[in-house]
Design a protein around this ligand. Structure first.
Ligand SMILES: Nc1nc2c(c(=O)[nH]1)N[C@H]1C(S)=C(S)[C@@H](COP(=O)(O)O)O[C@H]1N2
Ligand SMILES: [Mo]
Length: 330
């Protein structure tokens, strides 16, 4: 059990959220999970937690049964306060300021929602969100998130390994890469006209990266349904890569033979490579990647925490890149 007795799972910024807000969001998650009748572990946990809310309105109960114990899924780092996680975001479809997504994503309609899984697979299928929610047991995974801009967070996600979905669609021998397309709806996303990027936002992984158990399909964070600004109703979380590799509000997952063209790579190839593994020794052309600023923790002097190779997940993913030149394949 890796539940920390002091930190627990309480909202660090509880003072800034009313008990009622928290309780409502808990109920929302519970309802969401209850629809399919699947994911009983999470449903039971959410139910118990919703109950706990009435007794201890600001606190979340511990999650012993669903806490992931896979190596790398647990970090000793302190969780980033909930309020920072949900109000300091990159989601350019809703604006390029860190505070824009929380302001503008509120009305994003996350239901009904489907994800088309297609391409080089034996069983292509358009999945409904309800089906995805019960596809595999939900786990809580505490991951570091390192943005290419030089800041980081520690976020307790709720979800399951993307490999669970990949196994079910049975990739063919031609499947070498996986392409993720995120929602692009100009009626709901006010900044699609901004041309910062070519929309929709597209990201990609090599198939073996996508199959690695660390690669998560996240549906929640801090035990709650994903806030829209964090990529509701589902996003990818690839903790050993810079944050932009983790697409939000995913609508399509496509298996391909050729390496996908990804949005940031198309926008500035010298700055944002296809791999974009966190690497303190490979600097961004315009700044060092040796250190990072932990949001909610460090003061204005910023970047003093050393950045770790593969964001600290080298034991889990280092072998994926054996023999590869990581300077060339940045
Ligand atoms: N669709 C979409 N996904 C996206 C982005 C984006 O602008 N649009 N930004 C990325 C970047 S740069 C980061 S650092 C993470 C931020 O995730 P968070 O806001 O949940 O911390 O989302 C990534 N996924
Ligand atoms: Mo980022």
């Amino acid at each position: 059990m890796h539940f920390h007795p002091d930190r627990g799972f309480q909202h660090k910024a509880a003072s800034e959220i009313t008990p009622r807000d928290v309780y409502e969001r808990r109920r929302e998650l519970l309802k969401l999970i209850a629809v399919g009748g699947g994911s009983m572990a999470l449903a039971a946990w959410a139910a118990r937690d919703a109950q706990a809310q009435t007794a201890r309105p600001n606190k979340l109960a511990a999650l012993p049964a669903t806490r992931s114990t896979i190596a790398g899924g647990v970090t000793m780092d302190k969780l980033t306060p909930y309020n920072d996680v949900i109000s300091y975001n990159n989601f350019y479809e809703f604006g390029t300021g860190k505070g824009d997504p929380v302001q503008n994503a509120g009305k994003l309609k996350t239901r009904p929602w489907t994800v088309a899984v297609e391409g080089a697979v034996k069983k292509p299928k358009v999945y409904d969100l309800d089906e995805l929610l019960k596809l595999a047991p939900m786990e809580e995974r505490i991951y570091r998130l390192r943005c290419v801009e030089g800041w980081s967070m520690v976020i307790p996600w709720v979800g399951y390994s993307l490999s669970e979905l990949i196994k079910r669609v049975e990739p063919t021998g031609n499947a070498k890469f996986v392409e993720f397309t995120t929602l692009a709806d100009d009626k709901q996303m006010p900044y699609l006209g901004s041309h910062v990027l070519d929309w929709p936002y597209v990201e990609g992984l090599r198939l073996d990266e996508a199959m690695n158990p660390l690669t998560l399909m996240a549906f929640g964070l801090y035990g709650e349904v994903l806030p829209n600004q964090n990529g509701a109703p589902l996003r990818i979380a690839v903790p050993w890569k810079y944050g932009f590799k983790s697409g939000k509000s995913i609508v399509k997952i496509r298996f391909t033979e050729k390496q996908p063209n990804t949005s940031w790579n198309l926008a500035a190839a010298q700055e944002y490579g296809f791999y974009s593994n966190v690497n303190p020794k490979v600097d961004h052309p315009r700044w060092s990647q040796a250190t990072e600023r932990r949001i909610g923790e460090d003061g204005v002097f910023a970047k003093k925490r050393p950045t770790l190779m593969f964001n600290g997940y080298e034991p889990q993913v280092g072998q994926l890149y054996a023999g590869m030149n990581l300077v060339k394949n940045y």
